[in-house]
Structure formats: structure tokens, C-alpha cells
Design a protein around this ligand. Structure first.
Ligand SMILES: [Fe+2]
Length: 281
């Protein structure tokens, strides 16, 4: 895998652009693998968009609906719905009665299935579709966590564990007014890339305070944290191409609720302006 380190960008700072892969749709490219074409992007569908011809892609896709209600295959999707379509899985009867924005994760270049059937079938091997999972209908799992993250008052909704690589996709929540005890804590790292899109709230860490729309792709073995939050947060997180393992540093690092924004961004990512969260007063 060779994706650039992106940590972190507020998606509001990126411009919508025509998607060369999906005519008629717009995208905000968040990260891309320069070797395989794997990518993560926001996809915007215009009101009235429809297609009825079955279409499959040559890559596996995970997706999460951020905005808009729409029809696809035999399901009705709304914000908070998640799905996994293995390579070759057909999409049909698509109709968007209103604007929709979907967070899409492709594990290879999203070419048509017909262009690479052998490769697609190999990528789909052993992987079952999750057509539609309404995450609002799931309860938070508060029982499983690393004690070194106790201060976050966290919980999780597991969306998918890949049966081949063990990689996990889940929603992650932190409780309001949470910070490391004595404002100092350990840093963690992982043997796999960690990817996150923040859905709501705020989360402060070593590179700044993330708000809804914050995205990062962090390559393996980069220490991060400690984290804290004033208002609580919900993020969609993926540990890619392997199991989720936490490796902790020995030394303590300081935390504060107002860290300076110090992004690590690739040259190809152009920001159109600076996102500033609305004040609460
Ligand atoms: Fe992490």
C-alpha cells in the first residue's frame, strides 16, 4: 500500500470536483493509493440522479451515508446507513430523490467489473455483502476497550470485520468533557494504517482539534494522541489490511483542549480555505 499521510483535513476545505470515474457525480478525494488506485472519497449525487442498468465494480467497496435518502437495489438508505459490496456486486435500481453525500471506501481502483473480472473475483473471494446496515438501530458496545483509553468514556459499534485480513470498521464515540488524567497521557500507534472520518462533535489530539468532516489516513507506526474532547465525538474508523492492535509509548505526553492545527497533507491536496467551527454563543 502506498497512500500519503493525510492528517487531518476538514472536508469542508476541499472543493467538489467532477468525478472522472463516475460521470455525472462529484467527489472530494480524501486519500488515494498511488499503486492500486484504492481510495477514499466523498461522493455527491445530485437530486434526481437515477440509473437502472445493473453495474458492478472491480473493487470491494464500503460506504456510509452522510446526507440524503435514496433507493438502491431493494433498500432505502438514509444517513447512518452502512454497507459493504464485494467486487462484482451489482448495483441497480438507483434513484436519488434528493441530494445525497456518501463516504465511499474502495480497496482498488473503482473500474467496472467487466474490465477486470479475474482481479475482481480474486478480491471478492471469501467476502460476503452487507447490503444495508442502519447504524442508528444498533446499540453502543461499552464493554470492550483498552484501559489506557478509560478517560475517553468510549464505546463502539462494530460494522464489519474482514474475514480475510481481519481489518475492522466501526463507529467510535467519546464522552463529553473527557481528557487524560492530569492532562497527560501515553501515545499509541498501530501496525496497520488507521483511517477516520469524523461524523460529529470535537476531538482534540496532537495535531489539532478535529470537528465533523475531519478526515485522516495515518500510515502504520506513527505515534498519536493523547486525545480528549469537550463535547464528545462520533467517528467512523477503519484499521486497514490487518487487525487492530494498540502499541503504547512509555513516556507521557501533555494534552490540552486547544492544540494548534499542524496538519500533514500531501502536495496534491488543495484546500480552498480554512474551516472554522461556528461558536456556541
Ligand atoms: Fe489510533
Amino acid at each position: 500500500m502506498s497512500r500519503d499521510h493525510v492528517e487531518f483535513v476538514q472536508a469542508q476545505e476541499l472543493a467538489w470536483e467532477a468525478d472522472p470515474v463516475f460521470p455525472g457525480l462529484e467527489r472530494k478525494l480524501l486519500s488515494v493509493d498511488h499503486d492500486t488506485g484504492a481510495r477514499t472519497q466523498l461522493q455527491r449525487y445530485p437530486e434526481g440522479y437515477q440509473r437502472s442498468d445493473p453495474q458492478g465494480l472491480a473493487c470491494n467497496e464500503e460506504f456510509f451515508v452522510l446526507e440524503g435518502c435514496f433507493y438502491l437495489n431493494q433498500f432505502v438508505y438514509s444517513p447512518g446507513c452502512y454497507g459493504f459490496f464485494p467486487a462484482g456486486f451489482e448495483r441497480s435500481k438507483c434513484y436519488m430523490p434528493e441530494n445525497a453525500v456518501v463516504l465511499r471506501f474502495f480497496d482498488h481502483e473503482p473500474a467496472l467489473y467487466s474490465s477486470d473480472k479475474a482481479g475482481a473475483d480474486a478480491r471478492a473471494q471469501g467476502r460476503e455483502a452487507i447490503p444495508c446496515l442502519d447504524t442508528y438501530r444498533m446499540s453502543w458496545d461499552t464493554t470492550v476497550h483498552d484501559v489506557r483509553l478509560t478517560h475517553l468514556g468510549l464505546a463502539r459499534k462494530n460494522l464489519r470485520i474482514d474475514p480475510v485480513t481481519g481489518q475492522r470498521t466501526f463507529l467510535f464515540m467519546t464522552s463529553p468533557q473527557s481528557h487524560p488524567i492530569n492532562f497527560r497521557g501515553l501515545q499509541e500507534s498501530h501496525p496497520t494504517p488507521e483511517e477516520s472520518y469524523q461524523i460529529s462533535g470535537d476531538l482534540s489530539g496532537h495535531l489539532g482539534t478535529m470537528h465533523a468532516g475531519a478526515y485522516f489516513w495515518r500510515p502504520p507506526h506513527i505515534p498519536h494522541g493523547p486525545f480528549g474532547t469537550r463535547g464528545g465525538s462520533v467517528s467512523l474508523i477503519r484499521f486497514v489490511e490487518g487487525e487492530h492492535v494498540n502499541i503504547w509509548t512509555d513516556e507521557q505526553h501533555a494534552f490540552n483542549y486547544n492544540p494548534p492545527y499542524q496538519p500533514v497533507l500531501p502536495d496534491w491536496m488543495e484546500r480552498k480555505g480554512r474551516f472554522r467551527p461556528a461558536p456556541n454563543y
